[in-house]
Design a protein around this ligand. Sequence first.
Ligand SMILES: [Fe+2]
Length: 232
Amino acid sequence: MIDLHSHALPQIDDGAKNVEISIKMLCESFSQGVELCALTPHCVLHKTDSLEKFLKARKESFELLQEKISQTNLSVPQFRLGAEVYFDNDISQYDGIEKLCIEGTNLLLVEFPMRNVNRKSYDWLYSLTLKGIRPLIAHVDRYQCYESFISDFSDLDVAYQLNAENFLSFWARRHIKKILKYDENFIVSSDMHNLEDRPCNMAAAFLRAEKMLGTVKAKRLFEKNAADLLSI
Ligand SMILES: [Fe+2]
């Protein structure tokens, strides 16, 4: 499986509190069958982070993680650095915004504010695509207006990410079924933050998805569509 949304980098956001927890999260992820994991810490550009400050903090966090992993013989997924960028303004205007794309791609994971999606959102997404960036909308299942997202953005080259936890409860599965009817470019990722209440749950979610949708569709959601987005 491929996981393109995680908060497993240590000490950078509300994800892994320290590097020991990071390593446990990533070992768990690998043991569940995740072979490639994008490390996508939150990035709020106009508030606490300047882009360069964020990149520096991410680099330091990643170096710490790599150093500690190299001292063990533990198995972890391959990594791609990325970010989950808060999308409450026209982030295309920031010089170097492409540096936040998932490493080696033009895919930018973006998170809308929960209650403040408006018509400008379309313009902001369009501006990103003009820069050659392909927006990947984080946990689209969270937004009540997901239907208008999907119809409004249908002429843009946009992909959608769903959180794996949705496959693990009856009501969330009903919700997900409605979203999947749109047959857009969906991927499922963990959005893992820790080992307790927001852990990696890709294996359990895959099994549920397989029962719900069949093996071929489940594999598309948990691996193939993400591999296509990464061109691997
Ligand atoms: Fe996230």
